[in-house]
Design a protein around this ligand. Structure first.
Ligand code: SF4
Ligand code: SF4
Length: 350
């Protein structure tokens, strides 16, 4: 992150806003990955699941996304799903409009279908392809987005690979090295990121790393980053996996990101996982990245996280302060559209 981006983000926090937005733009996904958090019954807080939501498509989706973006004005926007490429026509319309607003846009996909040829040349657009392990394990978990298909669909692109490390992978010594050996020589690969599987509280799944496997994954990444420059994970970030935030209230990533599900109304809390994520076993790369920033001590004395949390409180107080002697209702942090209510974009088009 550049200094100018940090200053911009800080400015938003002091105004009571969150600098990052993550939108699940569709409830659909052609994959059925074991351990997928998006379709977990806990993801939306219980009751309904992602598949139950009324999502949008066509111009209504484009308008809905632009309306939220124009309202919340994020500096960074992640488009996720389901799989956002299910709505590739809408994405092709949305991406230039979002970039035109100066936002950094990230599309997180399984690459089950080809990516738009023009995307590779667009500044501030980042394509992140999830590839979970070597071909035998990946293809078993993530068909139809198999290795063969991904290799065809990412041709001539510049992408970041995101691999979620599971307990199964860590049962075999040298697994992460083999993964990097396969992917990093390819011309399409700009960066590789590793996360670790993050369970909900009380989960007992084969994907969960044991403490020994977690420590081994950290040691492996620390070693591998020296040999594979594409592994774009600073040492301080990797070390952060050994002491993840203890609760969502301490997670800078959760505190600075708004996550909204596929009806463009439902907030996902406390973070992108939803439900009751087990922070003590969190393996989210983005969370560790921001935690490492928070752990940095300004003038070797005050951790950045302390200042950040104070800034968030100041921002929330300012956002809720009455402006006139008569006062006004506290501003909703994320006011939602009522069912059937039309967005400003929809109204302006009529
Ligand atoms: S691609 Fe993502 S959203 Fe789809 S099933 Fe797999 S983990 Fe879930
Ligand atoms: S990203 Fe990780 S640490 Fe942050 S709230 Fe979610 S599970 Fe907890």
């Amino acid at each position: 992150m550049h200094t100018s981006q940090i200053i911009q983000a800080w400015g938003k926090i002091l105004r009571g806003q969150r600098p990052s937005l993550s939108l699940e733009i569709t409830r659909e996904c052609p994959l059925k990955c074991p351990g997928c958090y998006a379709y977990d019954p806990a993801h939306l807080g219980g009751g309904q699941t992602l598949r139950d939501l009324n999502d949008r498509r066509g111009q209504s989706l484009v308008d809905g996304v632009l309306e939220i973006v124009d309202r919340l004005k994020p500096l960074h926007l992640s488009l996720v799903g389901g799989d956002p490429l299910v709505r590739y026509r809408e994405l092709e319309s949305l991406v230039p409009q979002l970039l035109g607003r100066g936002i950094h846009v990230q599309i997180v996909t399984s690459a089950f279908r080809p990516l738009n040829a023009g995307w590779s040349a667009m500044p501030r657009l980042h394509i992140v392809v999830s590839i979970d392990g070597l071909q035998p394990e990946h293809d078993a978990r993530r068909a139809p987005a198999t290795y063969d298909r991904i290799l065809k669909n990412i041709a001539k692109q510049k992408i970041t690979i995101h691999c979620t490390i599971t307990g199964q992978m860590m049962k075999r010594s040298g697994y992460l090295r083999e993964f990097l050996e396969f992917w990093t020589p390819r011309p399409e690969i700009k960066k590789v990121w590793f996360s670790m599987f993050t369970p909900q509280i009380g989960d007992d799944l084969p994907e969960i790393l044991t403490p020994v496997e977690r420590a081994q994954a950290i040691a492996d990444m620390l070693q591998l980053r020296k040999q594979y420059p594409e592994l774009d994970m600073p040492e301080v970030v990797i070390r952060q996996f050994s002491s993840p935030p203890s609760r969502p209230e301490d997670c800078i990533f959760a505190l600075t990101t708004t996550t909204v599900s596929a009806d463009l109304q439902t907030r996902i809390t406390p973070c992108q996982f939803g439900g009751r994520p087990d922070c003590s076993r969190c393996g989210c790369f983005a969370s560790m990245g921001l935690a490492s920033v928070g752990a940095h001590k300004l003038a070797s004395v005050i951790p950045v996280a302390t200042i950040l949390k104070a800034s968030i409180k100041v921002g929330q107080r300012r956002a809720n302060l009455p402006k006139s002697p008569k006062g006004r209702a506290p501003k909703e942090v994320f006011p939602v559209l009522r069912p059937g209510q039309r967005t400003q974009h929809e109204l302006s088009r009529n």
